[in-house]
Design a protein around this ligand. Structure first.
Ligand code: ZN
Length: 432
């Protein structure tokens, strides 16, 4: 094949050797990243973390740009939303491969037995908040790309690495902001790998959608000793929950998807009741002796690729309207809070195929194609950037994300760096 003949020779063995030699450097880089307490909210230490990444890549021949997402939620001078994007051109024109990692981490929460921001190394693992989700993945992608450049400085195309913020709160100051400004679109970028923690041998091709809404039932206040004079909003909410149990939950459980979502329990539509608040708050330490005039519930509905947003909302509204007809005094309001449509790329597309082939070459077994039960930044790259060729692939163990004593396995980081380097080498050499 003519296209093959023009490809520069490259050697996976040389690449693997270089990455293995940098094992300690990879561990050190992960520890350094963990030591920035980039907690979101509020968006702590974004700037020094972004600048740390930028300085490193600049010293290795990347052009580095910082983009502050001015005016996005949480952006203020004390907590600026600073993103870093680094790009290195190859010797000849060709496709661009972009590795995108979020640098923010969730709150530490309780239950830690070691310092979450020390980057402690123990038993072949690096521990810390963000080790798994996803500073271990970010470090692996940096080592992968640097090794690829050192092994084959004359590769065609271009390589990009970004460290973006606010993924844990929806990505508005991060990938969403950048995608709206063309950073994740052709012709600048062709293929994207997001090193989220989905396990070292799995290629994640998409995620379910989400709809958050607040439902409020209304009642009428009266003295608690004479509830018959009022109308209790909490009892109305109870009636709605009964409808969910009786009508909606069985229907959702019966719906299944062609998306290979893990865990398999998430291959159905799901609805979680995130919270419920009714009645007067106990401000003085004593409960208010009143009939509740309002009860509010937050629902978290996860959608399959086969479902559309309007029908998903419609079936909840229908239950509420039905109750309005059947139940005396039933009044409600439904308010959208947040929504994301499901997304899934083609498992035979270039980035999924190259990554799966690289997994086979590095680990000696077939990659598993999966979808994520929750969303991540792929939604913005797909919907706003209009870039379909995007997957998530990274070394972290999915179940450890957001947990106390979160860690990343060092062997997994080394292996995933090899996979990323090999996949990137194949992708930049593709001819259109
Ligand atoms: Zn993440």
């Amino acid at each position: 094949m003519a296209a093959e003949a023009h490809r520069p020779a490259y050697s996976p063995e040389k690449l693997f050797k270089l990455i293995e030699e940098r094992r300690d450097e990879l561990v050190e880089l992960t520890r350094e990243l963990i030591r920035f307490p980039t907690i979101n909210p509020p968006g702590e230490a974004y700037q020094p973390c972004a600048e740390f990444i930028g300085r490193r890549l600049k010293s290795r021949g990347f052009q580095v740009e910082y983009v502050r997402a001015t005016g996005t939620p949480g952006d203020e001078d004390r907590y600026p939303r600073i993103n870093v994007i680094a790009r290195r051109e190859g010797s000849t024109p060709g496709p661009t491969v972009h590795f995108n990692s979020h640098i923010d981490v969730v709150q530490t929460g309780g239950g830690w037995t070691l310092d979450p921001f020390a980057g402690i190394v123990k038993d072949g693992k690096v521990y810390g908040r963000g080790a798994c989700d996803m500073k271990g993945g970010l470090a692996a992608s940096i080592i992968a790309v640097e090794a690829l450049i050192d092994a084959h400085p004359h590769m065609p195309g271009a390589l990009e690495i970004s460290g973006t913020v606010d993924e844990e709160s929806g990505g508005f100051g991060g990938v969403h902001y950048l995608a709206e400004r063309g950073w994740f679109s052709a012709p600048r970028v062709d293929h994207v790998i997001i090193p989220e923690p989905l396990n070292v041998d799995r290629v994640c091709i998409g995620h379910r959608g989400v709809w958050w809404a607040e439902i409020e039932t209304r009642g009428r206040m009266a003295h608690g000793s004479m509830p018959f004079l009022g109308d209790c909003a909490i009892r109305h909410m109870h009636a709605f929950i009964e409808r969910l149990e009786r009508d909606l939950y069985p229907r959702l459980a019966a719906r299944s998807t062609a998306m290979p979502v893990v865990p398999s329990g998430a291959r159905h539509s799901t609805l979680n009741i995130n919270s419920i608040h009714g009645g007067q708050p106990e401000t003085t330490g004593y409960p208010a002796p009143s009939v509740a005039d309002s009860c509010r519930m937050i629902i978290d509905r996860r959608l399959l690729i086969e479902e559309d947003m309007d029908s998903v909302k419609g079936e909840v509204r229908q239950l509420l309207e039905q109750l309005g007809r059947e139940r005396d005094g039933f009044r409600f309001q439904m308010r959208d809070i947040f929504e994301v449509r499901p997304t899934m790329t083609d498992r035979d597309g270039p980035v999924a195929r190259s990554t799966a082939a690289a997994i086979r070459a590095v680990l000696g077994r077939d990659a598993e194609f999966i979808c994520s039960p929750g969303t991540y930044d792929q939604k913005h790259i797909d919907r706003i950037g209009k870039l379909r060729d995007c997957i998530a692939y990274g070394p972290g163990i999915l179940d450890l994300a957001h947990q106390p004593d979160e860690y990343v396995v060092i062997d997994d980081m080394v292996n995933s760096a090899k996979v990323m380097a090999l996949a990137a080498a194949a992708l930049v050499q593709r001819t259109a």
